[in-house]
Structure formats: structure tokens, C-alpha cells
Write a protein that binds this ligand. Structure first.
Ligand code: ATP
Length: 396
């Protein structure tokens, strides 16, 4: 379809960026990025029609568009361009430019490849900066010496790609990276953008080398002086990867849990500082208000809890985020208790209610809550008990 659309519009079109890299590596990637030499927005509209897509969201100023095909598939279309800054502080004015210039603005050579998808040379790899060689040699390499100075977030991106693909950072690139860190360029970094990168790192299958780099270059310390990459952190993160079922049941994302693991040793005030820096919302902070001291107490109580009602009582006020952290930390018994809570106790409902008490002639009042709680806890501790039995207890 891209090929047909390009022919119809009379433009050249290229697949670019991560997807080309991953095609070469044989890795699945569903983020389709297209660069068009010509009018990208017209191309996007035409492509949307061909695909029977839902809509095109376009940005005239930047000459970019997103083709929303359906909930799953979105295609980004850009116009190859050069950016001019009319005034140093203004947003760039976009002019049509060449593909080469577009590729030159990318972060690393492995991301600077384009694959022609129009009729002319369908399937040709356009490789201005030796990206193919670097993929083959497993190297992360920047395109020019000022790259990290231009955008310090690339420092963290370098770690992320090296870690994910098991690549090395090219010697010269690592030297420039170190220089820019030593010259304080991280101070200029935008923390919400760092958060975006950290999210990807912590959600990846292989985050460890990235964390080692973040430790080595003092970036974890920049997030907060108390954070360091320890063997304990490493093992907790490995355990998160093994706890998929629990995370899914609780509706939690892996990156989030790992992020909390990274922040594990901070007290409530310190957590607040970090969450602020990264721009997390107040509601998010609330979920994680139980600092390490309180968690220790819960951990102790839970590891000796035997009765279902006791497990329920300990965990009922605890947020899902904290439940997972306790799980990662706990011994076998504690893990079993948490599994029991998450998979069964949590959703249990009392088989008798206020209406039954009223039918027994009891006048409604605050005391109902305590009575029903006792009966409910009896029900939890005696999984075989039926409604009849509970009614008898209620009567007493
Ligand atoms: P992933 O598979 O994790 O999405 P990706 O390569 O698609 O990896 P994105 O962060 O989605 O990474 O970025 C898409 C493309 O945009 C990259 O391939 C890269 O060429 C370019 N890019 C992203 N961030 C930067 C940056 N800070 N500097 C230069 N180019 C960037």
C-alpha cells in the first residue's frame, strides 16, 4: 500500500528509524515510521484512504502526520526536511530538505537507515552513515561530535540500545559521552524525557547493562544520591520479569514496578522529590506513599500470618504497587500468602449481609459493620462454609 500510494502521489517514500534497524536484526517492531520526499501530509491522507484507515492527524507546521489505521496500527509520516531557527529561541521553521539531512539529525548510526518503499528502487537500503556496518559490528555510534551536547538525552538512549541489543558503545562515542557528562550536560537534561527513556529501559527484557552504565556514569546518583545499582536491585528486577502473572492480575506494568524497585531505599520525602522531578501526578504518588519503614512492618506481619482473615486484614488497605514490592522481597511463605490474597481472598464477597440481620429483627446501625466483618472473616477462614452456616453464626 505504501508503494502504491507513493506511485500515485509521485513521491519517494522510505521506512526509517527503529523499524529498519529491527528488520535487519530480525526483531519484531510495530512502530512504522515513513519519511516522504515530497508532501508528507498529502501522502498520509492518500495512504489512509488506501488502507481504509480511520483518520489522519496532521501537523501543518512540522509537515508531519499520523495515519490512524485502527486501535493497533498507527503510521507516522514525516516530510524530509531541514530546520532553520529564525531566531535562536523560536521553534524551528520547517522547509523541505533531503533525506540525508533528516537522517543526520538522528541519534545513532543504527537508527539512521532508510529503506526505500516506493516503486523506483523498492527494498533498497539507504545508508549514509554506515549504520549497516555498525549493526553488524554491534556498535552504538553517534553521527557527529556535538551529538550529546545537542541533546543529552541521547546519553541515556545510548545505554538503552546497548543494553537491549547487547551492543557496545563505540570507543569515540563513549569518550564524547563521558566528556559531556563531565562538563555537566546532564544538568540541562529534561527529566520528563529521561523518564520516557527509563520507562523503556525498565520495561525491556534486558535492562541490566543499561543500569550498570547509569551507575557507572553517576546518573542514578543524579536522580537521587541514595540510589545505586546493587546486586539486590538486580535480583529484584529479575524477579519482576518472573512475576508476569501477578503483575497482570494486579494491572501493573513492569517498568513501573521496576522503577519502584530502583527507588526502594528512599523514604517518603525523598520519594516525593524524585516524583516531582519526573513530573509524576499526585495520584501516582499516593499509591506509593508507604515508604520502606512501613513496608518492613507489613513484611514481618505477613510472613507469620497463618489465617486467611489475617492475610486479608494486613493487605486490604495496601496498594497493588506495594503488594508487588512485598512479593519480590518475600520468602516462599510470604509469596504464597500474597498469591492467595491476590488470586482468591481479594475478590471474596461476604455471603451474608445487612438485609439478613434486619430479617433477624436487628435494628440497623453502626454495629452491623463489626458483626458482618466477623462473619466475613469466619467465611475466609473456613472456605467450605455455606450461607446456612453463616446465617447461624449471624444469629448467635
Ligand atoms: P523503540 O523500538 O524502543 O521504539 P526506536 O528506535 O523506535 O526504538 P524511538 O525513541 O521511538 O526509538 O525513536 C524513533 C526514532 O527517532 C529513532 O530511531 C531515532 O532515529 C529518532 N530519535 C528519537 N529520539 C531521538 C533523539 N533524542 N535524538 C535523535 N534522534 C532521535
Amino acid at each position: 500500500s505504501i508503494r502504491e500510494t507513493a506511485a500515485r502521489e509521485g513521491v519517494k517514500a522510505y521506512l526509517v528509524g527503529g523499524i529498519v534497524r529491527d528488520i535487519i536484526l530480525g526483531i519484531k517492531n510495530e512502530d512504522i515510521d515513513i519519511v516522504v520526499e515530497g508532501n508528507g501530509i498529502e501522502f498520509a491522507k492518500s495512504l489512509c484512504e488506501t488502507l481504509g484507515g480511520r483518520k489522519v492527524v496532521s501537523h501543518e507546521k512540522f509537515k508531519t502526520a499520523v495515519v490512524v489505521v485502527d486501535d493497533e496500527l498507527k503510521i507516522d509520516v514525516a516530510t524530509s526536511r531541514v530546520e532553520y531557527y529564525e531566531y535562536p529561541t523560536s521553534l524551528p521553521t520547517v522547509e523541505y530538505g533531503s533525506l540525508r539531512e533528516d537522517m543526520f539529525r538522528r541519534d545513532f548510526t543504527i537508527n539512521s537507515l532508510a529503506l526505500e518503499v516506493d516503486n523506483n528502487r523498492f527494498g533498497d537500503l539507504v545508508d549514509y552513515f554506515n549504520g549497516y556496518r555498525d549493526i553488524r559490528d554491534k556498535k552504538i555510534r553517534i553521527l557527529h561530535n556535538l551529538s550529546f551536547i545537542e541533546d543529552p538525552t541521547r546519553i541515556i538512549r545510548a545505554f538503552r540500545f546497548a543494553s537491549r541489543y547487547g551492543f557496545d558503545i563505540a570507543e569515540e562515542t563513549e569518550r564524547l559521552l563521558q566528556d559531556s557528562i563531565e562538563n555537566g550536560f546532564l544538568k540541562r537534561v529534561s527529566w520528563p524525557r529521561v523518564k520516557t527513556e527509563l520507562k523503556i529501559i525498565l520495561g525491556d527484557r534486558r535492562p541490566h547493562r543499561a543500569l550498570e552504565y547509569l551507575e557507572k556514569y553517576g546518573i542514578l546518583k543524579t536522580i537521587h544520591p541514595k540510589i545505586s545499582y546493587s546486586s539486590r536491585m538486580k535480583s529484584q528486577i529479575e524477579k519482576t520479569a518472573d512475576s508476569k502473572k501477578l503483575l497482570d492480575t494486579l494491572g501493573l506494568e513492569k517498568w513501573m514496578v521496576n522503577f519502584l524497585v530502583v527507588l526502594e531505599n528512599l523514604n517518603s520525602d525523598e520519594l516525593d522529590l524524585v516524583f516531582n522531578k519526573f513530573g509524576f501526578s499526585g495520584s501516582f504518588r499516593k499509591k506509593y506513599h508507604l515508604g520502606s519503614t512501613k513496608r518492613k512492618k507489613i513484611l514481618e506481619e505477613l510472613s507469620i500470618a497463618r489465617k486467611n482473615s489475617r492475610i486479608y486484614d494486613i493487605l486490604k488497605e495496601v496498594t497493588n504497587e506495594i503488594i508487588v514490592l512485598l512479593y519480590l522481597e518475600g520468602n516462599r511463605e510470604l509469596k504464597e500468602n500474597i498469591e492467595k490474597y491476590v488470586y482468591t481472598l481479594r475478590d471474596a464477597e461476604c455471603m451474608v449481609g445487612g438485609r439478613d440481620l434486619i430479617e433477624m429483627g436487628e435494628a440497623p446501625g453502626d454495629h452491623f459493620k463489626d458483626i458482618l466483618k466477623d462473619v466475613f472473616y469466619f467465611q475466609l477462614d473456613n472456605p467450605g462454609s455455606g450461607r446456612e452456616e453463616l446465617l447461624e453464626i449471624l444469629e448467635e
